[in-house]
Design a protein around this ligand. Structure first.
Ligand SMILES: Cc1cc2nc3c(=O)[nH]c(=O)nc-3n(C[C@H](O)[C@H](O)[C@H](O)COP(=O)(O)OP(=O)(O)OC[C@H]3O[C@@H](n4cnc5c(N)ncnc54)[C@H](O)[C@@H]3O)c2cc1C
Length: 318
């Protein structure tokens, strides 16, 4: 019996969070089949093998190009039935969660999202999910035969030592009613790294004193290939656009590295960043609360530290 993993792709690549989901399923010790929807090159899908999938089902229909909840749920449920898969694993995402909820209703499956560790099967089937914006864990027992597990970003080690997966065309049964809801257009910020997807985020707070000083944040971000973010007051005052505001009431990020510059570390800000793998804090006040959430800290004036850091990184890159 195999585990099915729904993999999302964008701009000709499988999303890293989906590859983490494949690695999670492979670590469960069963054969892993992945499923990808919409047009994408076969060579891209083969990469799922490195993370642990033996096969990728590809429903290449152009109508599945954009992530539509209803048809996606139908296709993935059909794939589960075809493969005899009782477990579906997918990355927790704005697409994955509603698709999973719909499949759960269809297949009478239990669904737990934001899972951060492998299931404990010593007595029953219990998964550990991250709650309270990463501040605590809940153990959840799943008693249904069909199970859906949504994986928290950055919680699982990505396996990269497998071979290529085989790719098999998958022809689902769909009808016009499945496409009753259409995405008519999608606008994306151009030329920037999107904050929610970024692997590295460089954020500035009120300690930056004014918008005229953001050049050094942008320079550091560009050097690191990072997206830029900010604290709420910074966007409230209009120093930075609102879509950069990180925190409880803003964007929640889960990058590999979050660099917080001149941000105090209020609980509402931390709520948006504590899923980051590593946090580096630069603050001139050694008592700033952010230091207790940091993996690395530099106590110093941002106006001295940041240009030196950027310079050193540029020198190291050359
Ligand atoms: C309901 C509610 C929701 C909220 N939601 C959010 C949210 O989503 N996101 C969010 O960010 N906030 C949110 N807030 C606001 C939050 O409580 C804090 O007020 C805010 O995060 C503080 O922003 P800051 O750290 O940029 O500014 P400050 O608290 O003013 O901190 C500035 C920091 O910069 C440091 N500093 C000053 N000069 C320098 C220098 N030269 N070099 C280095 N460091 C320097 C200071 O030591 C200080 O630690 C919310 C508040 C409420 C009540």
């Amino acid at each position: 019996m195999s585990i099915l993993v729904f993999i999302e792709h964008a701009e000709g690549e499988i999303k890293k969070s989906s590859l983490e989901a494949v690695s999670y399923a492979a670590a469960m010790g069963e054969d892993v089949t992945a499923i990808a929807l919409g047009p994408v090159d076969e060579s891209v899908l083969k990469v799922a093998g490195k993370a642990g999938a033996s096969k990728v089902l590809h429903a290449a229909d152009e109508k599945l190009e954009k992530g539509l909840i209803q048809p996606y749920a139908k296709v993935i449920a059909q794939a589960m039935e075809k493969e005899g898969a009782k477990t579906l694993v997918l990355a927790k995402s704005s697409l994955g969660d509603p698709v999973a909820a719909r499949i759960a209703a269809k297949l009478k499956a239990g669904f737990v999202s934001n899972v951060a560790d492998l299931p404990d099967t010593s007595s029953g089937f219990t998964v550990k999910r991250s709650i309270y914006t990463g501040k605590a864990y809940a153990n959840v027992e799943m008693t249904t035969e069909n199970k859906i597990i949504g994986i928290k970003k950055n919680a699982v080690e990505l396996k990269e030592d497998g071979g290529d997966a085989s790719v098999e065309a998958f022809e689902p049964t769909l009808d016009d009613a499945d496409f009753a809801v259409k995405i008519t257009s999608q606008d994306k910020q151009e030329g920037e790294i999107l904050l929610p997807e970024a692997e590295i985020v460089v954020s500035g707070g009120r300690g930056m004193k004014g918008p005229e000083n953001w050049g050094m944040i942008e320079d550091l971000a560009k050097t690191l290939g990072a997206a830029t973010g900010c604290s709420k007051p910074v966007s409230d005052i209009g120093w930075r656009p609102h879509h950069e505001h990180v925190g409880q009431t803003g964007v929640k990020v889960s990058p590999q590295l979050y660099v917080a510059i001149g941000i105090s570390g209020a609980i509402q800000h931390l709520a948006g960043v504590n899923s980051s793998k590593y946090i580096l804090v630069i603050n001139k006040d050694e008592e700033a609360p952010f230091f207790s959430a940091a993996d690395y800290g530099i106590v110093g004036d941002a106006f001295e530290v940041v240009p030196k850091l950027t310079e050193a990184l540029k020198a190291a890159q050359n």
